[in-house]
Ligand binder design. Sequence first.
Ligand SMILES: [Mg+2]
Length: 198
Amino acid sequence: MTKPVIAIDVDDVLLPHFEGLVTWYNAEYGTNLTMANNHPVNITPWGADNIEEAVKRVHRYFETDAFKNEKPYEETGPALTELGENYELTIITGRDEAIEDITRDWLETYFPSVFKEVHFTSLYSLVGKSRSKAEVTALLSADYFIDDNLPAVTEVAASGVPSLLFGNYPWNEAENLPENVTRVADWAAVMEYFNGRI
Ligand SMILES: [Mg+2]
């Protein structure tokens, strides 16, 4: 029997990523970014002239040891191993293809052979090759989607894929969640959601 497919984000779902980026960025550029500044609509707090400049700065972070040494949330490994028994797990990350190799290596280090495929949507691409996550969940015929980014979750949920909004982060607060969206605080909540579904 074919297993249902769960499409899973990387940053701030498998690992705490934004906190490390913010710490590095503030030290490097003298800004006062907080956790609320992830997925910015307003670029001003990033102290850059435009979004391209801010993205270039973030790409410098990808060359640091701080980035390379980021570690997954502790409970993620056991949770994914258990989920993998009944579901096919595939990654859809907003990361740029420029860091495809380092991302694949990182995933293989901490989650060897856990994910069937890894897809990059290049949310903040410097060369204009971004794709929406809804486009990829449709391509994969994903049955579920897990992501911390509210706009991405909203779009995928609207396309008919039950979506889990991961984490209680300052950047994904919402008074009312869209239809087809369930908030899960952490991986224990993810496991609770899937418990007994199959
Ligand atoms: Mg994310």
